[in-house]
Design a protein around this ligand. Structure first.
Ligand SMILES: Cc1cc2nc3c(=O)[nH]c(=O)nc-3n(C[C@H](O)[C@H](O)[C@H](O)COP(=O)(O)OP(=O)(O)OC[C@H]3O[C@@H](n4cnc5c(N)ncnc54)[C@H](O)[C@@H]3O)c2cc1C
Length: 398
């Protein structure tokens, strides 16, 4: 099938399956996460169609599409305002288990990630361990066939919705900090001794949580990789986190959005913001930079398609993709000026049917801007990505 025909096939599917409610949920998405119910509903539709995990091998439930088809699919979904899927299972844990999991772990977990029955969250960061992740202290002590876990994880995205968590724990204090870490799978977010507290974000909503462990038991059979060798597993997974996101498609959506805002909104001179020479030339510059990110993204996709992990390229994509997205958020605010200021969080719920205090086209701009500040922190901060690039690409070892 030609790529044009493939694109048509995807569009037809989206026209038939993406309901107005789901499209609205996608339109109102201001972070990487869409409304939970909408996201799960869309996951089930894609699963029924066999299209939920295009990046997975066919024998594990993938689609068999080549790298361009996968790109077209993601692009069409994004531009049609499909809700985003909860990516931690599909994009991170699943591919990692294919590399490091036992046969039992693969058989047990992969089908449930595909079907959407399991929603995973990531327990890496702790109050004293973010960029310096290897200093993590949440302890796992062997007791018969279980580990007993005590400690705290923080910034755990979607822990209040997830039913499972993959986490890093300290199983030894001997040697280098990296050498005493193990990777565990927690099967039940309702497990005795686990407390999940929501963290209220800058925009007043909840996406992250603090998770407290008091004598929580996890079977030894739920360890991925050898004891004390979880660091390699954790790093392998992080490359999927940093490289698994398609920034180019996000940026294309941002360009479309900023152009729409700039055409619809009129400044104090009574003319569309897009006709303001300063804003228009800034936007042109951003569009050129977005093209450069697209090429990095395509190189990354090729590396994944050829079966490898992408190494430092994933840091490059993460760094440039997130910084540029933030610049798009900034120009969207500048296009709107004071019209961006009204903030109505309840209007960002998909079912909202009240009246709006701002124009519909301005509804998400401030929330996107505020949430977008975090994108250069999570998944490894911008400074840390620069360190990795300096070391692995530029060979600037300190
Ligand atoms: C919205 C959001 C969602 C998140 N979701 C998750 C999640 O689901 N699961 C999870 O485990 N974690 C999650 N995190 C945590 C995230 O991974 C950490 O916030 C991140 O790794 C940074 O760690 P920190 O917050 O402890 O900051 P710190 O590590 O304390 O860094 C503070 C500042 O110092 C800089 N810095 C630190 N080390 C260096 C260095 N060596 N060189 C130069 N500069 C440096 C950093 O860039 C930063 O500017 C999330 C965070 C956010 C904000």
């Amino acid at each position: 099938m030609s790529y044009d025909a493939f694109r048509e096939q995807v569009r037809t599917f989206l026209n038939e399956n993406l309901t107005p409610e789901l499209r609205r949920a996608g339109e109102l998405t201001t972070t990487v996460f869409s409304d939970f119910e909408a996201s799960q509903a869309w996951h089930r539709i894609l699963y029924q169609q066999g299209w939920v995990a295009p990046d997975w091998p066919v024998e594990q439930g993938g689609t068999g599409w080549d790298v361009n088809e996968r790109y077209i699919f993601q692009e069409e979904c994004k531009l049609a305002n499909a809700p985003s899927l909860f990516a931690l299972g599909l994009q991170m844990l699943g591919p990692m288990l294919m590399g490091y999991g036992t046969d039992e772990q693969k058989a047990r977990y992969l089908p449930r990630i595909l079907s959407g029955e399991d929603v995973w969250c990531q327990g890496y960061s702790e109050p004293g361990a973010g960029s310096d992740l290897a200093s993590l202290r949440t302890a796992a002590v062997r007791d018969g066939d279980d580990y007993v876990i005590n400690g705290q994880k923080t910034w755990t995205s979607m822990a209040h919705h997830a039913n499972k968590m993959f986490l890093l724990v300290r199983t030894s204090k001997e040697g280098k900090p990296q050498a005493g870490i193990s990777f565990l799978l927690l099967d039940d977010m309702q497990a005795p001794g686990l407390k999940v507290d929501p963290i209220i974000s800058l925009d007043g909503r909840v996406e992250q949580c603090a998770c407290f462990f008091e004598d929580v038991r996890i079977p030894v059979a739920n360890r991925v990789g050898e004891e004390n060798q979880g660091w390699a597993v954790a790093k392998f997974l992080l490359e999927f986190e940093r490289g698994g996101h398609n920034y180019t498609i996000d940026l294309k959506k941002q360009i479309k959005k900023v152009r729409e805002i700039g055409a619809m909104h009129h400044g104090i001179d009574g003319r569309p913001s897009l006709e303001n020479v300063t804003l228009a030339s800034r936007l042109a510059e951003l569009e050129v930079d977005a093209l450069a990110v697209e090429y990095t993204d395509l190189r990354l996709k090729r590396a994944f398609a050829e079966g490898g992990n992408a190494g430092a390229l994933s840091s490059l994509a993460k760094l440039t993709g997130t910084e540029l997205t933030q610049r798009f958020h900034e120009i969207a605010l500048d296009m709107l000026g004071p019209a961006a200021l009204p903030y109505q969080p309840d209007a960002l719920e998909p079912g909202f049917d009240g009246s709006l205090v701002s124009e519909d086209y301005a509804l998400t701009t401030m929330a996107e801007y505020l949430n977008g500040r975090a994108s250069t922190i999570y998944g490894g901060s911008a400074q840390v990505q620069r360190n990795i690039i300096a070391k692995l690409v530029l060979q600037l070892d300190s």
